[in-house]
Design a protein around this ligand. Structure first.
Ligand code: ATP
Length: 304
């Protein structure tokens, strides 16, 4: 449905997004996760056609951003970061105005606004000035604006930013409801957010996509973690039967940590291989990955 190929965005010499590629299937709920400044908003602005890529391509249902931006924007609902809604308007007036901007025909606007208000549970606030609403309600107005034209893709930039715990809970419920009808991409720097509502996570770090994984697969993936005195052990560890992936990171004091994607039953063979290579094994244990460990590893690896 969405295909992003070698996407980059530079500001002068600075690479805010650096050669990022991924595909998204219809109906998926994707969490774009990363620390502040990782490049999430920049990606979302490019996906929605509000920012031109420096390089690379984005296609949605075979249409290309750049050539077919308007047609793509009709398929996308977008809640920008910081939810820019107009405080001096009532919720109803604002949504009617947005319906106009979305190009919804006059005879369909009433139904579109009513439906968006119902789905975001804004009925009690429909006549209220936006300036008088709590942050949670304002965010919902932003979401209502994004779904007015019944888009197949909904892109939400930090939808729970600044909300209190009750409002966060309500927003997550709303996102789940949206996800039952549409493909949803949301950005966040909060791990729990992704765990609560997403099926798949894309982790960004310094403009690069460093992890692209389904959450259920992440939980099932087993790893062997070992610490050695050699930086070169990946060459022989990667050749062991049953080891599908090896990552190396400095562990301090002349030691290196290796993360092997392998079954825990392989531990004796791994230990034997280290011994045969003449390296010193300082620790060896199994680890089940969680989003938390994957996020920490992704950030540590890049920092290293
Ligand atoms: N117009 C701009 N000019 C120069 N640098 C920019 C511009 N917009 C963004 N950047 C930089 O690009 C990097 C990525 O920014 P972006 O807003 O995409 O990150 P983010 O992951 O969404 O962060 P946050 O969670 O803080 O919103 C940051 O270092 C930011 O300072």
């Amino acid at each position: 449905m969405i295909q992003v190929n070698h996407l980059s965005r530079h500001y002068g010499d600075f690479k805010a997004v650096d050669d990022v590629s991924f595909g998204i299937q219809q109906g998926e709920v994707i969490g774009l996760l990363g620390h502040n400044g990782a490049g999430k908003t920049t990606i979302m602005k490019m996906l929605t056609g509000f920012l031109e890529p420096t390089a690379g391509s984005i296609t949605v249902d075979g249409l290309s951003i750049g050539k077919d931006t308007q047609a793509i924007q009709q398929r996308i609902g977008y809640l920008p970061e910081n939810c820019p809604v107009w405080p001096e308007m009532t919720v109803l007036d604002y949504l009617r105005y947005q319906a106009d901007l979305h190009g919804i025909p006059a005879n369909a606007q009433r139904q579109a606004v009513t439906s968006a208000i119902r789905r975001t549970a804004l009925q009690a606030k429909a006549s209220a000035m936006i300036a008088t609403l709590s942050r949670g309600y304002r965010q919902r107005v932003g979401v209502a604006q994004a779904i007015l034209h019944n888009p197949a893709i909904i892109i939400l930039d930090e939808p729970t930013n600044g909300l209190d715990p009750t409002q966060i809970h309500q927003m997550r419920e709303l996102i789940r409801e949206l996800a039952s009808h549409a493909t949803v991409i949301l950005s966040t720097h909060i791990l729990q957010e992704v765990q609560a509502v997403c099926e798949r996570v894309l982790i960004m770090r310094s403009g690069k996509l460093v992890v692209d994984a389904r959450l259920d697969e992440l939980q099932q993936t087993r790893h062997l973690l070992l610490t050695l005195n050699s930086a070169q052990a990946a060459t022989y560890l990667g050749k062991l039967e049953g080891v599908s992936h090896v990552e190396t990171a400095p562990a301090g004091q002349g030691q290196y940590q290796y993360t092997l994607q392998a079954s825990p039953e392989l531990a004796p063979q791994v230990a034997a291989a280290v011994h045969a290579a003449g390296d010193q094994l300082h620790s060896l244990h199994t680890q089940t990955r969680t989003l938390e460990t994957v996020f920490a590893e992704a950030n540590n690896r890049e920092a290293a």
